[in-house]
Ligand binder design. Sequence first.
Ligand code: HAM
Length: 537
Amino acid sequence: MSTLKAVRGTRDLLPPETALWNRIEATARAVFARYNFGEIRTPVFEDTALFARGVGEETDIVSKEMYSWEDGERFDIDAMEDAWWRADTEYEDRIYHNRSDRYGINAVRFVSDHAELLMFRGRMDHLDLEHLRQAIAEAKSRPGLFNITWTKDIRGRLVVASPLPNRPEEKAGEDIAVQFLHGNFNKSSQSLTLRPENTAGVVRAYIENKLGDSGQLQKLYYIGPQFRRERPQKGRYRQFYQIGAEVIGPPSAGSESPVRDAEVLEMLATLLDELGITGWTLHLNSVGSAADRARYNDALRAALVPVVGRMCVDCQRRAVTNPLRVLDCKVPEDQPIIDTLPVIADSLDEDSRKHFAAVTAALDAAGVPYKRNHRLVRGLDYYTRTTFEFTHGGLGAQNALLGGGRYDGLSEMLGGPRAPGIGFAMGEDRLVLTLLAQLDQKAATPLADAYIAPLGDGLNAAALVLARELRHKGLWIELGEGSFRLKKSFDAADKTARQIIILGEDELQSGILTVKTFSTGIQTKVPRKELAAFLSN
Ligand code: HAM
């Protein structure tokens, strides 16, 4: 039997690396607390419409990378029959109705002058296949009447409709349901999506929980998995983790002020420093207000007309639907053309220019270095004014450690009150990669304070008692195994702990234990009472 594997683009996070993940999260939580942020946890899946409206239909994320499904869908046989009887006043009665207990088959067919319903549910056998074939032949002879597809329904049964695959008999024995019918008779169907990002969810929660009613700024952070069906590569996964934060509130709370942008960026510089990540670059831009962007889109559209024919198919589509997205293009041949396009800075109005100047002035005052990057428009549609990314050279092609920006119109786009905001999300996977490359492996692997080596099976229980004693005092202890030879215990201890405690009959009786410290090679006799203090030094 073939073994089952983690799904492409997902992976297991294992010790000792998970210790690094925990350290990153603990550092982030501590920094967020100092900047007065509180944690928010939103659901991992949301209504698909949230992302379509919030992130934007034309973005790569929404148009091709979301994990979406129809949820709660149930085929409602009663509703279907009702609709059928209601719709057709003149009908020939049931021509065919067969229930075969032997096969658990339930096949029903209704025919009227201008429509037809045929259903097979349950397991399919050759008898039903014959009827299915007849029905399909009939359906095909009356084109346009049925809207027919070949899919699996929510329970994994095949739902067959025409045009049929060439050989339906190959499906014999499978669970199927067949329906030829106008209309949708599924109960409580809703399209859901695994969140590809968390900003839309946070703003939905802000609106739904009326967080704006307090009149205060909301400063919220989150840590958790996100899902995008991207091509997996180093630093890019289909389930990845983000550490993010959002500052959002009514304009009266100062949510639009450029000082909020600068504070968020200054906090990020602090957080990266505290994580020990060196050598990052902050790329900064302004994509302006919605009106600025509309102006810029017009300018881009015009500039693209003479050149777009030489660009990739995605750009040809974007040039029509959302020219701004052309700047996201990664196709190497398109880059020289993109470099000749107008820059958004030239389309900013006075207010947007002032806002951006105030952000950069505050960053200069705080000593946070940045680079102006005119092409940084970000891959999500909700951004207004300030946009930014922190990159790191050590990451390779996927070099964005984090990204973010301002989204002054997002709340209204989601049906909420006016609530300007700014935020970011860091790719935690990429923080880990960067730190692993920076640290040497030894430093990345944390060691226990001590390993207890009982000399003989008979001392296992005593060793457990000693381990309990030390662990209660806050020490990190690895418990060995009495059946091991001393050499094996030493080898195991050397890999997992800084020190080894030998526990034999003599030590147990005398209460004096032998401790060896691996880094110095020194062996010491320590009274049991002083052991905890000795080990933690
Ligand atoms: P984003 O730029 O799409 O922005 O993602 C933010 C960060 O998540 C990226 O810079 C990257 O580090 C990480 N990331 C994205 N996709 C993947 C992936 N497939 N594998 C590994 N890491 C990945 C947002 O998500 C916005 N919600 C950020 C934001 C918050 N804007 C305002 N507030």
